[in-house]
Write a new protein. Structure first.
Length: 366
């Protein structure tokens, strides 16, 4: 299939706006065919096993490097940092600093940042902070079916508060969303699992992939066009409009969605739904570094809610030159075998580039 896989997280400015963040970097987009090879990228879910499967070790680093162009003070800069999830384990973390202080902070359930702070910088001076993570990433498959979940869902208050509301650019209560959701769920009442599946199947059949900066869910429905973020956003809005909690998930150069259901034992599950590039519903068949989950993140310094965290810098005086760093390196396992495809690095423009020489790197989104 050909999917819209652009609009990756790194360097992307959406509602934050490039003009509000001096030194922030422009987005990169891509459209490529994604074909499963059966090993590194599943064509079909596995038979006879479920869970978080096929662990792969990775080294991950994210960082910020500033060079002074003149005297500046009260400098704060941020870039996205990965957090831990069931499909993404952080085994070790360290932060290297030069001329500054730095920490990794958690802003929300699925949103983390590396924060660099420096009292001052002079012309030609370089300050730098790099967070390094040793991680294990998993594919996931749980053989989800409708009969595992009650048709009448009791949504926990903390989930309802965050994942059933409007988000910046995701207009759940809009006429376009409400009308379409009613059309797709008309007739015999459907189980929420089947409703979510209906929404996930509708999106790639009716939204034409179009690379570009994020618009909104309503624009995507009006124009029937959008990037992977609009396509996943439409799915999220449709789910929320009928009472199914849902959220966006970002990885380098791509995103998808998850929806939330409680099972017959009362346990909650975040279930993947892919509406671009991959056609997987209910599982993830590739190892992906999750950069953010969720789409309603409060920025404490600005007291503003954003859909997507952007690289940022604040300062007084002369604007330092800034570079946002990131690298993803697959590692060989304990047997010393093939580490696999997927090595990536952000270039000087803040765009993820494939830097590996694996024969399957042609499948990796750019």
């Amino acid at each position: 299939m050909v999917g819209s896989c652009g609009g990756g997280l790194w360097g992307l400015l959406s509602e934050a706006g490039r003009d509000r963040f001096p030194g922030a970097l422009p987005p990169a987009y891509s459209v490529i065919p994604v074909v499963g090879d059966g090993r590194w990228i599943w064509k079909e879910p596995p038979e006879g096993e479920t869970g978080y499967l096929e662990p792969r070790p990775y080294d991950v680093s994210v960082g910020i490097e500033l060079q002074g162009t003149g005297p500046a003070s009260d400098i704060t800069s941020t870039t996205v940092a990965p957090l831990e999830y069931p499909e993404q384990k952080i085994l070790d973390t360290s932060i290297d600093v030069r001329g500054c202080q730095a920490q990794v902070r958690k802003l929300a359930e699925g949103a983390g940042q590396l924060v660099l702070a420096a009292a001052e910088i002079g012309a030609g001076q370089v300050i730098r902070a790099v967070a390094r993570f040793r991680m294990t990433l998993f594919k996931q498959y749980f053989a989800y079916q409708a009969d595992l979940f009650p048709a009448r869902q009791d949504v926990p208050p903390e989930v309802r508060k965050t994942y059933l509301q409007d988000s910046p650019g995701i207009q759940v209560r809009s006429r376009q969303v409400r009308t379409l959701a009613a059309e797709l769920t008309s007739g015999t009442p459907k189980h929420p699992f089947e409703q979510a599946k209906t929404f996930a199947e509708w999106v790639p059949k009716n939204i034409t992939p179009q690379i570009g900066a994020y618009t909104s869910v309503t624009a995507a429905l009006d124009d029937r066009r959008g990037d992977c973020e609009e396509m996943a956003g439409v799915f999220v809005a449709l789910c929320r409009s009928v009472g199914i909690p849902a959220r966006l998930v970002w990885v380098p150069n791509h995103n998808w969605a998850e929806f939330y259901l409680t099972d017959n034992d009362g346990k909650g599950h975040w279930i993947p739904a892919h509406t671009a590039c991959y056609s997987w519903f209910g599982y993830n068949g590739a190892h992906e570094l999750v950069l953010q989950k969720g789409d309603r993140v409060m920025l404490p310094e600005k007291r503003k809610q954003v859909r997507l965290l952007a690289d940022s810098m604040r300062y007084s005086g002369s604007a330092p030159k800034v570079r946002y760093l990131a690298e993803l390196t697959p590692l060989a396992d304990d047997t010393g075998g093939d580490p696999g495809p997927g090595a990536r690095r952000k270039d000087a423009k803040g765009e993820w580039q494939v830097v590996g020489n694996h024969e399957l790197d042609r499948y990796v989104r750019r």
